[in-house]
Design a protein around this ligand. Sequence first.
Ligand code: PLP
Length: 373
Amino acid sequence: MPESLTKSRLFQNYARRPIELVKGQGTKVWDADGKEYLDFIAGIAVLALGHANPQVNATLKEQSEKLWHVSNLFESSGQERLAALLTSGTHFDHAFFCNSGAEANEAAIKLARRHTGKHHIVTFTNSFHGRTFGAMSATGQDKVQNGFGPLVSKFTHVPFNDSEALRGAVNEETAAIMLEIVQGEGGVNPTTPEFAATIQELCDTHGILLIVDEVQTGIGRTGTRYAYEQTVLKPDIISLAKGLGGGFPIGGILGTAEVGASLTPGSHGTTYGGNALGVAVSHTVVSTVFEPAFLKEVAEKAAYLKDKLSAKYEVRGMGLLMGLVVEDSAAFAADLQAKGLLVVPAGATVVRLLPPLNVSYEELDQAAAILLG
Ligand SMILES: Cc1ncc(COP(=O)(O)O)c(C=O)c1O
C-alpha cells in the first residue's frame, strides 16, 4: 500500500504482498523503492510478450486514436481478423470474445448445455476455472467454493488422471467433460497421455462435448499455440484469456462449426467483449506468438530451464508453465522475492515459473542462478 494511505479502502479478498510494482520492461519490474526483480509471474501467465512491449504499445496507441469501443450491435473487422488468426490451421470455425477467463468458461458451459440440451458436466479435482458461479461450480477445489453455495447443479468432480473414475462418472446425461491440459492453480499437474486417450474415447463413444480450459495454457505458454495440440484431444470448445491480451483484459472461446450453430443471435453476449482496443492488442500479441519460430523458441527455452533446474528440483509442467516441488511454496516464494525473483505458488508445495514467453536466455540463467544458489 502506498505510504500516503494508512488504511486500505479495498475489500481484503487478496493476500497482497507488501510491495508495489510500479514499472516494467520486458521481464524486469521495479518496486516503489527502486528494487529490481525478474518477473517470473508475468501477471500469472498474462504478459506473453513481457512488460511495455514496443509493438503492443504501438498497437494500443494507434487503435486508441482511432476507435476505443463500439457495441456488438455493429460489424467488427477487428474481431473477425482476430477470430481468423486464432482459428486458422485448427478445426475450430468460430470465436466469441469476452473479458476474462471466468467469462470464457461461462460461455463454454452455457454453449455446451444449449448445444446438447443436457446439463451434466464432468470436471476434475484440483481444477480451477474461475470465480463466477458457473466457473466456480466447475472448479474442483473447496477453498474456492466455501461459503458461496448453493452452487450451480449438475457438476461432478472426478479425481484427475483417474480413467476408471471418469468411466464411472459419465453417462447418457453428460453434456461435457471440461479440463485443463495442465492444472495451473491446482499444482501444475499435466494430463497423462493415457487419461487424455480415455477422455477422447468417452467423448467419441457417448457424444459428449469436450471443453478444454486453455486460459492459462493457451497462446503459446506450453510451446504450441494451444496445449491440446500436444495431446490426442480434439476439443469442441476451448476457452482463452490471460496471454490472449498480453495484459489487456480479453477472453474468448473457440468452437467448431457444429457447436457454433447453437449460439444464435441474442443467445449470449457482453457489452465489452471484443472491445476494439482489446482485439487490436490481442492481434499483435497472438500474431507474434503464433510465429512457428517463436513457438519453437518457447519450447527450447523451457527445455533449457528445465534441464538446469532438474539438478535440484522435481520440475513439472509443459513449456513455460513450469512447477517446482518445494516444501513450503509461500515461504519459498517470499525468499526468492527477497533475492529478486518473483514466482507464484500453485498450492502448498509447488511454485510456478511463468516468465514472459520472450524471456531471454540471459534472464533464464539469472533466474536459474537464484534458484540453484
Ligand atoms: C485455467 C484457468 N481458468 C480460468 C481462470 C479464470 O480466469 P480469470 O481470472 O481471468 O477469470 C484461470 C485464472 O487463473 C485459470 O488459470
